[in-house]
Design a protein around this ligand. Structure first.
Ligand SMILES: [Zn+2]
Ligand SMILES: [Zn+2]
Length: 647
């Protein structure tokens, strides 16, 4: 008999060889029907593979990340089976699960597979799925495995076999398809009820462009047709909201090949949006005790030799800038921290000066390969809402709490209600790669966890994910489409204070080393605005809208009155424009809607005579006519409604 511990702590005593599926059945038939795989002592395995020793057991279903990836990996086998049936002689390299679905790299032996074939492949997959073929695990000796694929003439699997050890090799078979695979897989193909081939692309064998080009076929599958339909609808919506598309349409930013790849150009409306966001955070930061600083865009190479960046990233960065002076070299700054360390060092510091919080919207430059560039989310120049807090070790927890408050304030004000905080700590096993004093690490790790608990954050703890120089806390937000993004980060650093030999004089009159905390609630302005565009579909909250209102005169006759209204609103800091085009009012309203202008003020004969404006609000329609002073009051209350002040 062996003891199996379930997630709720209950222990089942069962005979050796009992499978996770047996245990699921003993709980309920309904559960057993949903079990895709099992996590046994932290390792995922087949649900019908027998248990051999005392273990903890998690039954994995579709609702679980490991369950999903097992489902999708198994679907790659199913797709391969369908391809083999439709395209005799095709050969397969590898077929892993990915974030949304799976792919398989295929040598089609010259047969073409294109978009036109997708439906055929999907149908074949579903036909095979309905056979409910079991994924059978078959251990093989290396000799048997080699013989099998030699016979088949499959150089790809033979290549894979080369690196596998005898005794660890398994085949999996479902229906007529046999693959070399370590598993695990779902119990049978019947779980797969909906399939969609998403894309084909070229992919070099082993990612090496000297090798043969294979065909990478991407697919996604679901246990219900309804879930596939929802997924496809979501993709459509995501495409509609793509910040690269909306950003152009709404005149937020553009790129120019001539300026350079990955270097965004902010258009007037985008610049306005950025400025509003910056001012919003600057205001809160002042209240939170930050002091603004400004540092240059370049720094001497020596600065980055001291910080360690040159040694670590120098080769893969923008290369040094030379001056007419011999041996004088500068780097575009890849981060603001070294500059801030030198500000700290610009005068002697005492324990009474700490914490010292230096904040800067600092633009940094990092070389990214052109294939990696993506809209505003992966660029070569971006502005961080950066700050560095220099504090004593005993202040770390308090400072962490304050930063969490600030981050949550930012998220709340911008409508990101659904977030998760990831606490990244040292690996439990190997601690040799982490620099800094062990006791300080332990204190900081405990302090972060306490701070996160006290602030009621929903957290996951990841061991081994800390940077080598300190533990950190990252915020992941979910957007309106349920996609996860990493935003703000808070990071403890024991390394830079050492490298820069930062000091303060303690109450004991002795010299001590401060701790440094890096933090950025937005992350970067570029990335944050990209996410904001996609999250709001371009319908920014009123206070952030580049144009908050458009004044639409019914005809040329009221142009002068429209200008008067415009000036009055401008005086009150309510921003927008007058649409002076010679167009019908219906057209002007439609265009303002398309441009996502929140408030429209229509002025004609009646309005100009009575000193009024007729107000329309996007998404709400007609709000009636009101005196200009009433509109100003209304607009201001609406603008400020959504930006609570930071306390
Ligand atoms: Zn497999
Ligand atoms: Zn930093």
């Amino acid at each position: 008999m062996i003891q199996i511990t379930l997630p709720d702590g209950r222990i089942q005593e069962v005979p050796k060889g009992t499978t996770p599926l047996d245990i699921a059945r003993s709980i309920s038939e309904g559960l057993a029907r949903q079990v895709l795989a099992a996590k046994v002592n932290g390792k995922v395995q087949d649900a019908h593979q027998g248990l051999t020793e005392n273990a903890t057991l998690h039954l994995l279903t579709w609702d679980n990340a490991d369950g999903k990836s097992t489902f999708w990996h198994s679907s790659a086998h199913l797709m391969a089976e369908a391809l083999e049936a439709l395209y005799p002689g095709v050969k397969f390299w590898v077929g892993p699960p990915v974030e949304n679905g799976f792919y398989y790299d295929v040598d089609t032996q010259g047969q073409s597979i294109s978009q036109d074939d997708f439906a055929k492949i999907e149908q074949k997959m579903l036909e095979l799925a309905r056979q409910k073929n079991e994924y059978v695990r078959i251990p093989k000796s290396k000799a048997e495995a080699l013989a099998y694929f030699q016979e088949k003439g499959d150089e790809y699997k033979l290549d894979l076999l080369e690196n596998l050890e005898d005794g660890s090799i398994t085949f999996y078979q479902q229906g007529n398809f046999t693959d070399l695979c370590r598993g695990p897989h779902i119990p049978n193909t019947g779980f797969i009820k909906a399939a969609k081939i998403m894309n084909v692309a070229g992919a070099y064998f082993k990612g090496d462009q000297n090798n043969k080009m294979l065909t990478r076929i991407y697919g996604v599958t679901f246990p219900k047709q309804k879930e596939l339909d929802e997924y496809l609808a979501l993709l459509e919506e995501a495409k509609r909201r793509d910040h690269r598309k909306l950003g152009q349409e709404l005149d937020i930013f553009t790129f120019s090949e001539k300026v350079g790849k990955g270097l965004p150009l902010w258009l007037p409306k985008g610049a306005m949006l950025r400025e509003r966001l910056e001012n919003f955070l600057k205001k809160a930061q002042l209240k939170a005790g930050y002091q603004p600083v400004v540092t240059p865009h370049i720094g001497s190479k020596q600065l980055y030799i001291t910080s360690g960046h040159w040694e670590k990233y120098g080769k893969d960065s923008f290369q040094p800038i030379h001056t007419p002076e011999e041996d004088e070299e500068f780097l575009l700054k890849p981060m603001n921290c070294p500059h801030h360390c030198e500000i700290y060092k610009s005068r002697p510091r005492s324990y009474r000066d700490l914490p010292l919080r230096l904040a800067e919207f600092g633009t940094v430059y990092r070389y990214e390969q052109s294939g990696e560039l993506h809209g505003l989310t992966r660029v070569r120049g971006f502005t961080q809402d950066d700050a560095h807090i220099f504090c004593r070790q005993d202040q770390v927890e308090d400072e962490f709490k304050k930063v969490i408050d600030l981050v949550l304030y930012v998220f709340k004000s911008l409508g990101f209600e659904d977030y998760l905080a990831q606490v990244s700590l040292r690996s439990l096993e190997d601690r040799s790669k982490y620099i800094g004093d062990d006791a300080a690490w332990e204190q900081a790790e405990a302090a972060i966890q306490r701070a996160a608990d006290e602030k009621g954050l929903k957290t996951v703890v990841e061991y081994g994910e800390a940077a080598f120089y300190g533990p950190k806390l990252d915020f992941m937000v979910k957007d309106a489409l349920g996609r996860k993004w990493q935003l703000g980060t808070i990071q403890v650093d024991y390394q830079l204070p050492n490298r820069f030999e930062l000091e303060y004089v303690g109450s004991d009159n002795q010299k001590h080393r401060p701790v440094m905390i890096h933090r950025a609630p937005f992350g970067s302005m570029e990335r944050f605005i990209a996410i904001l565009i996609e999250n709001t579909a371009g319908n920014f909250p009123l206070w952030l809208s580049p144009d908050q209102m458009a004044i639409l005169p019914i005809s040329e006759k009221y142009a002068e009155y429209a200008n008067e209204v415009f000036l009055q609103l401008q005086e009150e800091d309510i921003r927008g424009y007058v649409d002076h085009r010679d167009e019908k009012i219906g057209r002007k309203i439609r265009d303002a809607e398309v441009n996502k202008i929140p408030l429209m003020l229509i002025v004609g004969e009646k309005e100009s005579e009575e000193g009024k404006v007729s107000v329309r609000r996007k998404g709400e329609g007609d709000l009636g006519s009101m005196p200009i002073s009433d509109f100003i009051q209304f607009a201001k209350s609406e603008i400020f409604k959504n930006i609570p002040s930071y306390k």
